[in-house]
Design a protein around this ligand. Structure first.
Ligand SMILES: [Zn+2]
Length: 274
């Protein structure tokens, strides 16, 4: 099964658990992943991306946590909201488990995951890696990628866990997808609420429309001088040099939304619109 098939599986809420992807062979490892330094996991910048992303780390006998405090204070993952908090099904999940990398307080290593994902499915794979490392002294390149269904979603639909041994012994590979689900709850991945999926799609569309309309309201009419020969719009207020000596017959005056102009295959003058 491919990751796309798994993510688009409409019955995913019935399949509580883990799905093997690509016969357990990792699919997203890049040159940069292989260059990650042991003890320095690499995380995507959640602030910059607007949501948590992925993390890559080397997991070795050196990096396994040797002591876990029960009182560790976890910072809030990005997009952790009142809605998320009140649902009571979410954990502040580590992308790379503390048990594997012993890095705890970094907010970029946190994401919004269900209790089920955190304590059942993820833990199972993390334990498997942990045991290979602890008992057989294996070293893994380990990567967790959060997978979102839509661009605006703040809660991932699941996570892809990939691992590959990078020591000299026989290779071990892991490539599995874990659904971010909770029994008895239909998660609206847009904001983490539990509005039924069908309704949430409607809500999503409404929300996008509303945003667009309000943007247009803010984006006021502007006065333009149009060069009809070149179909270029110039801002009237700028008295643009490109239009100064143009024969008046080629000049039209108008008022328009910037968006409207662009949708009609006209150009905006780069000189005066900036
Ligand atoms: Zn101009």
């Amino acid at each position: 099964m491919t990751i796309e098939q798994v993510m688009n599986n409409k019955n995913f809420d019935k399949e509580l658990g883990i799905i093997v992807i690509n016969n357990n062979r990792p699919i997203t490892f890049t040159k940069e992943d292989y260059e990650v330094i042991e003890g320095i996991p690499r995380y995507t910048d959640s602030k910059k991306e607007g949501r948590s992303g992925s993390a890559t780390a080397i997991i070795s006998p050196n990096t396994l946590a040797i002591y876990t405090s029960a009182n560790i204070e976890y910072p809030e993952p990005i997009n952790w909201s009142k809605t998320i908090q009140e649902m009571k099904i979410y954990n502040k999940c580590h992308i790379i488990a503390y048990s594997l990398s012993a890095k705890k307080a970094n907010p970029v290593n946190l994401f919004i995951g269900t209790d089920y994902l955190n304590k059942k499915t993820m833990k199972k794979i993390e334990k498997e890696i942990y045991d290979y490392v602890k008992d057989y002294k294996r070293t893994f390149l380990y990567k967790v990628t959060l997978k979102y269904k839509y661009k605006e979603d703040v809660v991932p639909i699941g996570i892809l866990i990939e691992a590959e041994t990078i020591d000299s012994s026989e290779k071990i590979y892991i490539c599995r997808f874990c659904y971010n689900i909770q029994e008895g709850t239909k998660i609206n991945y847009y904001d983490g609420s539990d509005i039924p999926i069908e309704e949430s799609y409607g809500k999503r569309i409404t929300k996008i429309k509303t945003t667009r309309q309000s943007n247009e309201k803010n984006n006021k009419y502007k006065e333009y001088d149009i060069n009809v020969k070149t179909k270029t719009f110039h801002l009237s207020s700028k008295e643009c040099s490109a239009i100064k000596n143009l024969e008046p017959k080629y000049i039209q005056e108008t008022k328009a939304y910037e968006k409207e102009i662009l949708s009609k295959e006209f150009k905006l003058c780069k000189k005066c619109i900036l």
